[in-house]
Design a protein around this ligand. Structure first.
Ligand code: GLY
Length: 589
């Protein structure tokens, strides 16, 4: 069934729902269940309802936690715009999704202002403290010290989330900070029952909290991680949120919260100082832009690698008739994988903080560079990753993270991906704040050629330096047609973010899927190094055999990515939260 038909059916159902005065935005319509999506459903026991997007007319919020989505929706209904709602969701996820939502981390936001047609990218990525250096994670023999960039006070970058959310609200919101923070503060104070998903993550990450009694005091009970159904109350976090509501971001960067973070760091010479916090700034950047089959792609520039490589891969793909080849067919997967490998090889060589290194962004995203790269891709044979070297874009110059998407009645759209890096970040809570601190420093290349927590390698461009922002893969993305937003999407998943967003965009543009179908479709990923093609469980034996015959090293892996996507189509909003996280929720009105 085509998207047009899906939308038509959704419209009819909306009218019927209105006539019955039922709640307006519940899962409706009966879109096609693609064979790829059916494979995913069979492999993962997804409820078949996951193929039905939520449909609404005025505004929509999609996030990884129903409590936060509800808070965002209330903002929209109570006169807030998409930015007000997104900021409220950002604060609420710090409470309701403690493994990834945060005040002590950082991230990126892409905003579309419907009135002016302007798109802005907001960078609130963490920065390395002023004493950071490129050898800080090496021992006397020049070897990387195991875990230092992940689970110590030296893993923590200067957090950017509070500055970023406050900046967005001030620039593009219309509600006061106190109003958008209060629901999050109330939720932290009152508490909520630990979900099955959160209980599982807490149990799995027991080691992360093991060294830190202040963190255990919040997330453990009777000496063990909290269990499903137990009430998670976060009084210190509530107080921190209220202080920010009253004093603004200054409370976090210069006031009482800053003092407590600095006190937490003080015994660890060279870690974050009060001056580092005071000097932190969120930065507005020009989004990176590209086009794909007549759609405009507006996405995150460096220090994220996400936007650059999303566009680079789409540029290579534009020449291939993947509609004819079919979604997730061996031919489609093979060609996309070869393009992914080339892009991730360039990532390792060229990407870093643009305030510190020259990133050849125009070259990487140029169609002519893509022509050159794609010309080397064989239709029959996988190229071993070891044979691929980063290209030469210069001449062409002219799981543990979370994403949420918001669209409002005026057509404003916000895509936010932010993170603590790995689940619960460093595991360290600055005593008395309730705020978990990130371990984003691991996203730097601790040593050229040595893989980080995601198996990613990097070089000089992403070496540690004081005040520098570590390279990211986060890819909050807007797809526009004729200047109007058509898709708002993004995902967690470390390096798999880029390929998850890529496949979501392709599922929508090439295969006409709605956001629910795209979310439920099986995913695959290649990041150049290690040389393995990761596929979610559920691809047919036939497809796997065909890919292996082309020379791909196949690795069947657990679920990848968790998208939160809103599509704007025919005057309606169609949204879906990825079924890989049952706690996610999309709501509209
Ligand atoms: N911390 C994962 C990323 O930013 O890509």
């Amino acid at each position: 069934m085509s998207l047009r038909t899906t939308v038509l059916m959704a419209s009819v159902l909306l009218v019927l729902l209105a006539a019955c005065s039922s709640p307006p935005a519940t899962p409706v319509a009966a879109p096609a269940q693609t064979s790829a999506a059916q494979q995913a459903a069979a492999a993962y026991d997804f409820d078949m309802d996951v193929f039905h997007p939520v449909v609404a007319r005025h505004g929509m919020v999609a996030s990884e936690q129903a409590l936060a989505t509800r808070i965002g929706l209330d903002m929209l209904k109570n006169g807030g715009n998409a930015v007000d709602a997104a900021v409220a969701v950002g604060f609420a996820l710090a409470v309701a999704l403690p493994n990834a939502g945060n005040l002590g981390g950082g991230g990126f936001m892409v905003v579309h202002d419907a009135k002016s047609g302007r798109d802005v990218a907001l960078d609130f990525r963490e920065t390395a403290p002023s004493d950071a250096s490129r050898t800080m994670y090496l021992d006397g023999q020049g070897k990387v010290v195991n875990g230092k960039s992940l689970y110590t006070h030296y893993a923590v970058g200067v957090p950017g989330t509070v500055a970023g959310l406050a900046h967005a609200l001030q620039q593009w919101g219309q509600l006061p900070l106190a109003k958008v923070i209060e629901p999050a503060a109330a939720l932290a104070e009152k508490g909520y029952p630990v979900s099955e998903t959160l209980a599982k993550v807490l149990a799995r990450e027991q080691k992360t909290f093991a060294p830190w009694p202040a963190s255990q005091a919040i997330f453990w009970k009777h000496g063990a991680p909290m269990q499903q159904g137990e009430l998670l109350v976060q009084k210190d976090l509530a107080a921190s949120l209220r202080l920010i509501a009253k004093e603004g971001a200054k409370a976090f960067y210069e006031g009482a919260i800053a003092q407590k973070i600095a006190a937490e760091m003080a015994p660890h010479a060279g870690a974050i100082t009060l001056a580092d916090l005071k000097n932190y700034k969120a930065v507005e950047r020009e989004p990176v832009r590209g086009s794909y089959r007549g759609y405009q792609i507006v996405t995150m520039p460096p220090p994220s690698s996400g936007g650059a490589h999303l566009i680079q891969i789409l540029n290579m793909m534009e020449r291939w008739p993947i509609q004819d080849w079919g979604v997730n067919s061996a031919n489609t997967v093979h060609h996309m994988t070869e393009a992914m490998k080339l892009a991730y090889a360039d990532r390792a060589e060229y990407l870093g903080d643009p305030d510190f290194v020259k990133v050849p962004l125009k070259g990487l995203t140029s169609k002519r560079y893509a022509d050159r790269l794609a010309a080397g891709i064989s239709a029959d044979k996988a190229r071993p990753a070891g044979d691929i070297q980063p290209g030469k874009p210069q001449p062409y110059e002219s799981d543990q993270t979370t994403h949420f998407s918001v669209v409002d009645a005026a057509g404003n759209a916000v895509a936010v991906t932010y993170t603590l890096n790995t689940n619960f970040g460093s595991g360290i809570v600055a005593s008395g704040t309730g705020i978990l601190l990130n371990n984003e420093m691991d996203d730097f290349a601790a040593k050229p050629g040595v893989a980080n927590a995601y198996g990613l390698v990097g070089g000089d461009a992403n070496a540690v330096a004081a005040g520098k922002r570590p390279l990211s893969s986060m890819t909050p993305t807007l797809v526009l047609k004729d200047g109007k937003v058509r898709l708002v999407t993004g995902s967690p998943g470390g390096p798999r973010i880029i390929t998850t967003v890529l496949e979501t965009v392709v599922d929508m543009i090439d295969f006409g899927m709605n956001p629910a179908e795209a979310a439920a479709t099986l995913r695959f990923h290649h990041q150049w190094m290690p040389d393995e093609l990761r596929l979610e469980k559920g691809f047919s034996r036939d497809t796997l055999d065909l890919l292996a015959a082309k020379g791909h090293k196949i690795a069947v892996k657990p679920a990848m990515g968790r998208t939160q996507t809103i599509q704007v189509q025919g005057g309606l909003l169609l949204g879906a939260s990825d079924p890989r996280n049952p706690d996610g929720r999309t709501l509209g009105y």
